[in-house]
Ligand binder design. Sequence first.
Ligand code: MN
Length: 194
Amino acid sequence: MSFNLPPLPYAIDALEPHISSETLEFHHSKHHSGYISKLNSLIEGTDLAEKTLQDIVKTSSGGVFNNAAQAFNHDFYWKSLSPNGGGLPAGAINDAIIASFGSFEEFQAKFNDCALNNFASSWTWLVQNADSSLSVINTANAGTPITEEGVTALLTLDLWEHAYYLDYRNNRSEYLAGFWALVNWEFANENLAK
Ligand code: MN
């Protein structure tokens, strides 16, 4: 068994003007695809080839972990964005944000601060803890919160430069503004309900 590149959940130009077709095409068909190809080559003929992607992420290290986690993180990132996204959260995710951060504005400021100060190639996440509270956390390289017991990922933002350099050069704060215009609150609500 080997893993296939999941298709994007929208058209290649659907996130414009915030994320260009050029960025999305390259990010999906070169970077995301590359992690999956590399993972397949690493697990071929081993016991890992029979496991799910999440099981591999949770039990591996080194190159297998890096490529499996990047494969998972990218699929999660595509789903964290939507051409119909942006605006204010609604429903259970809105209630949970207010309960944990005080207001949407305080949550957004916290997320922006974490993302802007997340050094080098990294990810910023909104997660739900075992006690149902929400947190904003940073991970480095291929790091992913699904390795933490009791932590549920709700949303993620890819902060590797390949995610935004073609569109925004080194201006990560403008990329963040694009993220807020695309953020998929429905996906966050689906993850919260699990
Ligand atoms: Mn990426």
